[in-house]
Design a protein around this ligand. Structure first.
Ligand SMILES: Cc1cc2nc3c(=O)[nH]c(=O)nc-3n(C[C@H](O)[C@H](O)[C@H](O)COP(=O)(O)OP(=O)(O)OC[C@H]3O[C@@H](n4cnc5c(N)ncnc54)[C@H](O)[C@@H]3O)c2cc1C
Length: 645
């Protein structure tokens, strides 16, 4: 019997959330005023949650690493946000969004959670429009939509290529209103180091003031982590440089289960790596696949000439181009899900048809769309993305195809949460990308923003009351409690330990080395031998780090090398768990591709009999982590081999 209770409500799919809301506890306005909530993170999930909780009357303290809440990583989101409004009259529905998401995630998510996500998706758009988010509109004034991968309808709402920024400005305005009236206290340039657990319940946090280096304590009746994903464990990713997994990791070390860490998403359309001094990769939004066609040459001689710059891509005639996604997946074409598109690009490049000097790139070509719609339409739709591409590569994508290659982008894994978004530590919640909840083994494009805002605006504000209703008699949490003392001491010691190594290697050089181990063995294709090798190599690198890392500067000061070193120390452990989880899951599903488990056509082959579960790992100190399984039950969707043909 699993120790994990998902608390998924029983009954008909479409009634679960309504029934659940009717049955959970509610806190009165007078009592909400007595309760303190700490929210860590001000991306779309954290900002929307903090604003909504304050609006309800709770006392909220919100923390972020950046110098302003509005500079959280969510600001980078480009392409759009899904909602099943059916504005295009193309037969979209809540059920279809639910179905696409479960299928897109390769049947490794909870039905009840995903249906709720689809159900509240429409309200997100209404809320954001009311805040003034400038979504793109059609000529007649209605909100416009475009398509994203893995679906046959157009349900993605967007604000040019800056959807995340505009949505975050909306959430930030809502947050600011509550800062203004004193219901939210905002703490910027603070990094949470530990969650404080007292008598089994989350009761606060300690944070490092990143400007002064001081450690500060904050008590609360509940703690909400909205700290984003851990893609930067791979060093090179599309994530912001200071995105990190440490808050979730520290919760894991305190007893919160970490789920499906190996479910990482590789995005097919990123600007290829161009040198070993690079520290970040740039995403070219999936929205571009609405109009861009992906191809490589059919003939090896053309590939060779391209590499030697003897010909240009536009010199290759139509009949000599292999539009491999359209060829392999006629129904979805260039809009297959990300895992499928990434693997198909890898397959062509592995076969030798990659088009840049390294052989690790394919074309994303807009010539057909420009001919059909005119340059001005393409400029209107994607202008800022084209400009960004040109700035980085010095090539004009209106005139020559973009070159793209898959890169690490998003993490579906994260802290285990139940239907209320609570971890297995009472009072500790995880929302947005930092939980594992809704996307299974592969997230569909434009669904992360939907999930973050669903969690923050429409789910947590209801479900947190169920727990807090039993806390109304709990007085303010005193930060003089020995658990705060203990955590502060332990982290001071850890910081001193890192500072005193004074070795020869930079933090980045270790992080790069970790990234190479991860990408080579735990990246787009995984096998048992490679995963075992990764575990050994990470162990050796970690030992080396603790002997030879150099962190200049002082601990009691602004010190970005120290910040990076502390995050990297966690990444070694997270990377190890990621590889272990990938090794344990001897099936392919979504972004997790085990070479041992492929169909004859090279597609991911699931093993539903043995692996239709959420893996939830429990920290066991120096011993091996313990695996718990939450069985996934599919009552409303038939499990099938995924097909996008
Ligand atoms: C380039 C790019 C484009 C994308 N485009 C899209 C898109 O078009 N549509 C879509 O749906 N998704 C998109 N995504 C994914 C999406 O942007 C993210 O999944 C989502 O924004 C995550 O939001 P979040 O609120 O969970 O976390 P984040 O936005 O990552 O915010 C994390 C917050 O936590 C804080 N934090 C982290 N650790 C700590 C700590 N220890 N202490 C204190 N604070 C901490 C940070 O300061 C930050 O405020 C894109 C991602 C990238 C990288």
């Amino acid at each position: 019997m699993s120790i994990l209770d998902s608390k998924s409500p029983s009954g008909p799919l479409a009634e679960k959330w309504t029934k659940h809301k009717a049955n959970i506890n509610v806190v009165s306005p007078a009592n909400k005023r007595k309760l303190d909530i700490v929210v860590i993170g001000t991306g779309l999930a954290g900002a929307s949650a903090a604003a909504s909780l304050a609006e309800l009357g709770y006392n909220v303290k919100v923390f972020c690493i950046q110098d302003s809440p509005r500079r959280a990583h969510s600001i980078a989101a480009q392409g759009g946000i899904n909602a099943s409004k059916n504005y295009q009259n193309d037969n979209d529905s809540i059920y279809r969004l639910f179905y696409d998401t479960v299928k897109g995630g390769d049947y490794r998510s909870r039905e009840a959670n995903v249906y709720r996500l689809a159900e509240v998706s429409g309200s997100i758009i209404d809320q954001c429009v009311a805040q003034g988010v400038p979504f793109a509109r059609e000529y007649g004034g209605l909100l416009d939509n475009r398509s994203f991968g893995g679906v046959l309808v157009s349900r993605t709402f967007y604000a040019r290529g800056q959807t995340g920024q505009q949505l975050l400005l909306g959430a930030y305005a809502a947050l600011n209103k509550n800062i203004g009236v004193g219901k939210v206290q905002s703490f910027v340039r603070r990094e949470m180091l530990d969650v404080i657990v007292i008598d089994g319940k989350a009761r606060g946090v300690i944070v490092r003031n990143l400007v002064t280096g001081e450690i500060e304590r904050y008590g609360a009746h509940a703690v909400v982590l909205a700290t984003g994903g851990y893609g930067n464990v791979f060093f090179l990713s599309t994530n912001a440089m200071n995105s990190n997994g440490s808050a979730a990791w520290t919760a894991y070390r305190k007893g919160a289960f970490f789920s499906n860490p190996s479910f990482t998403q590789i995005h097919p359309t990123c600007i290829p790596v161009h040198g070993d001094q690079q520290s970040k990769l740039t995403l070219m939004s999936e929205s571009l696949r609405n109009d861009g066609r992906i191809w490589v040459p059919k003939k090896m001689e053309d590939v060779m000439k391209l590499r030697k710059k003897q010909i240009k891509p536009i010199d290759i005639p139509e009949e000599d181009r292999d539009y491999y996604l359209e060829r392999r997946y006629p129904a979805y074409g260039n809009l297959v899900p990300r895992d499928v598109a990434s693997r198909a690009a890898k397959e062509r490049c592995d076969a030798g048809f990659g088009v840049n000097e390294t052989g690790l790139a394919v074309y994303l070509d807009f010539a057909t769309a420009i001919k059909r719609l005119g340059k001005h339409v393409i400029e209107e739709r994607y202008g800022n993305l084209f400009q960004m591409y040109e700035k980085i590569t010095d090539e004009n994508p209106y005139e020559t195809p973009m070159m793209i290659y898959p890169a690490i982008h998003y993490t579906m894994g994260g802290l285990w949460v139940d239907y209320n978004l609570m971890t297995n530590i009472p009072g500790l919640y995880a929302i947005g990308e930092c939980n594992f909840s809704d996307h299974g083994a592969n997230r569909l494009g434009a669904s992360a923003l939907m999930q973050g805002l669903a969690d923050g605006y429409f789910v947590l504000p209801y479900t947190i009351g169920d727990y807090l209703a039993n806390e109304i008699m709990t007085p303010k949490i005193s930060t003089a409690h020995p658990e705060f003392e203990k955590a502060e001491k332990a982290h001071k010691e850890l910081i001193n330990k890192i500072m005193s190594i004074k070795g020869k290697r930079t933090v980045d050089s270790f992080h790069k080395a970790l990234g190479i181990i991860m990408w080579d063995n735990v990246g787009m294709a995984r096998n048992a031998k490679g995963l075992q090798k990764a575990i050994e190599e990470i162990k050796a690198l970690k030992a080396e780090f603790w002997k030879d890392v150099l962190v200049p500067g002082e601990a009691n000061d602004l010190n970005q090398e120290l910040e990076k070193a502390l995050r990297l120390a966690d990444y070694f452990e997270l990377g190890d768990l990621l590889a272990r989880d990938a090794l344990n899951r001897n099936e392919s599903c979504g972004g997790h591709f085990r070479e041992e488990s492929a169909t004859e056509e090279g597609e991911a082959k699931r093993d539903d009999e043995n692996y239709a579960y959420v893996a939830a790992w429990e920290y066991k100190g120096d011993a091996e982590p313990q695996l718990h399984k939450e069985d996934l039950k599919f009552e409303f969707i038939e499990l099938k081999q995924r097909s996008y043909k």
